[in-house]
Design a binder for this molecule. Structure first.
Ligand code: ATP
Ligand code: MG
Length: 434
């Protein structure tokens, strides 16, 4: 036998029945986006490396150590598997002048790649639901996006006590410059407590130190001067307006002055939805405003705000705190006792499917269709509500037998094959979980 090949470490296969939970989640997301008027976008998985270096900032965890970058062996281009969604979407908007007719609200379901240490809730290929409102200065749209996230949590049946909102403002670049000087002074005064990352970032990007995940750094991070104290009137007013909107709809939040997020492009509003159910992978959704990113990537000044939600983490959270969706099953399992019945069975199943009935047909080798007993076992295991039996006697009469598998009655009814259209609908189950 040839050697087995395995998936790349930290990159997951999603197979049935787990894949059904993903589809269920994605259906909830699609319905949510429709309710809020967000349109779907899809951009490439591979982008020029420069997009992320310029977009996210050179001195960030992602750009310094998490990107899957490679050289195109055909032409030497420097390329990267996208580690986040926003930069690619903004590039696309600029490239296609897509905001020419006005602002846009878009969403995307993306695979992302980061070279991190794999653990529960942290993978090297993972997925995000990403929303972006492009060309809106807010603060109403900041609040709208936060509320979308709450609405999704509700739709998913996640009890509010398990996830909360943390909110902060990163102000504007000039305000951050003043804060930066104070930060450097603070960290210099505690230079011996800094880890290697922090030492390296002290001059280049001290704000990043606040995002440190090193437990040994938490005390010095806690004691650092807060950006909130450096915000001017306009930034404070923006934050107050977001808060007022959230207060108006009764959404509680925690102001977290140390919330800075992992990318450099953010300004003003930043937020995270956090749970205590997933250990140190507790952030399920993070986002904020990025009014400077369009210009940084060569576009016209364009205010914007967005968030990314970790799909794996949401599904883990669901598993921990909410009722699980039922695994979807087909309506009908078609039993074919003898090979001669196959053409009629196929044709009838096609007619049923055309009428919207979900049909799983017994599959077998050319020689053996298996005993009726084994076919009934498979029909049961499939979860179908009805078995259709294409037996020789029935076929001779131009009929098929329908057996109820789930209502406990085991009732059998004969139906005319020539009238499939009239009874097809009686086999359909109500759509589950919607
Ligand atoms: P963390 O602080 O946990 O590393 P992050 O700040 O790097 O998260 P973002 O880049 O803001 O995360 O991405 C938004 C969301 O994507 C996170 O809140 C999380 O739910 C999810 N996410 C980020 N990195 C991973 C990963 N490696 N594996 C699985 N999900 C992830
Ligand atoms: Mg991270």
């Amino acid at each position: 036998m040839a050697d087995k090949l395995n998936a790349v470490k930290g990159m997951n296969d999603i197979l049935p029945p787990e894949s059904a939970r993903w589809e269920w989640f994605e259906a909830k997301v699609r319905a949510l986006m429709a309710r809020y008027g967000y349109a779907n976008v899809r951009t490439p998985v591979v982008e020029p490396t420069a997009l992320f270096v310029r977009g996210l900032g050179e001195v960030t965890d992602i750009v310094e150590k998490e990107m899957y970058s490679f050289e195109d062996s055909m032409n030497g281009d420097r390329l990267t598997l996208r580690p986040e969604a926003t930069a690619g979407i903004v590039r696309a908007m600029i490239e296609h002048n897509a905001l020419y007719n006005g602002p846009m609200r878009v969403w995307s379901n993306v695979s992302l790649f980061r070279h991190e240490r794999p653990q529960k809730g942290r993978y090297r290929q993972f997925h995000q639901i990403d929303v972006e409102a492009l060309g809106f200065a807010g603060p109403d749209v900041d609040a709208e996006q936060i509320l979308m996230c709450r609405a999704l949590l509700l739709d998913l049946g996640i009890p509010a006590e398990h996830v909360w909102l943390e909110l902060n403002s990163l102000g504007q670049p000039a305000e951050r410059t003043a804060h930066r000087a104070a930060l450097i002074a603070h960290f210099e005064a505690h230079a011996d407590a800094l880890d290697d990352d922090a030492k390296r970032r002290l001059q280049s990007n001290p704000l990043r130190i606040l995002d440190s995940k090193n437990p040994a750094m938490q005390a010095i991070v806690e004691a650092a001067p807060q950006l909130m104290d450096f915000l001017g009137e306009a930034s404070l007013a923006h934050l107050a307006a977001v808060r007022a909107a959230l207060d108006a709809v009764g959404l509680a939040y925690r102001i977290n002055p140390r919330l800075v997020r992992g990318m450099d492009y953010y300004n003003l509003t930043v937020f995270e939805w956090v749970t205590d159910k997933l250990g140190s992978q507790g952030t399920v959704c993070g986002g904020g405003r990025y009014d400077g990113l369009f210009e940084q990537l060569g576009g016209k000044p364009t205010p914007a705000v967005g968030w990314g939600m970790g799909v794996e983490r949401m599904l883990l959270l669901l598993e921990a705190v909410a009722a699980q969706p039922a695994v979807p099953t087909v309506d009908v399992y078609a039993i074919v006792p003898v090979a001669q019945a196959l053409p009629t069975a196929l044709a009838t199943c096609e007619a049923l499917r055309a009428a919207g009935v979900e049909v799983l047909m017994h599959g077998a080798g050319a020689e053996s269709w298996g005993s009726m007993k084994s076919q009934f076992k498979k029909a049961d295991a499939s979860g179908a509500r009805h078995a259709l039996i294409f037996g020789a006697d029935e076929l001779a009469r131009g009929e098929v037998t329908i057996k109820a598998l789930r209502d406990g009655s085991g009732a059998q009814t004969a139906r005319a094959l020539s009238e499939v259209a009239t009874w097809a609908a009686t086999l359909q189950s109500p759509a589950p979980n919607h």
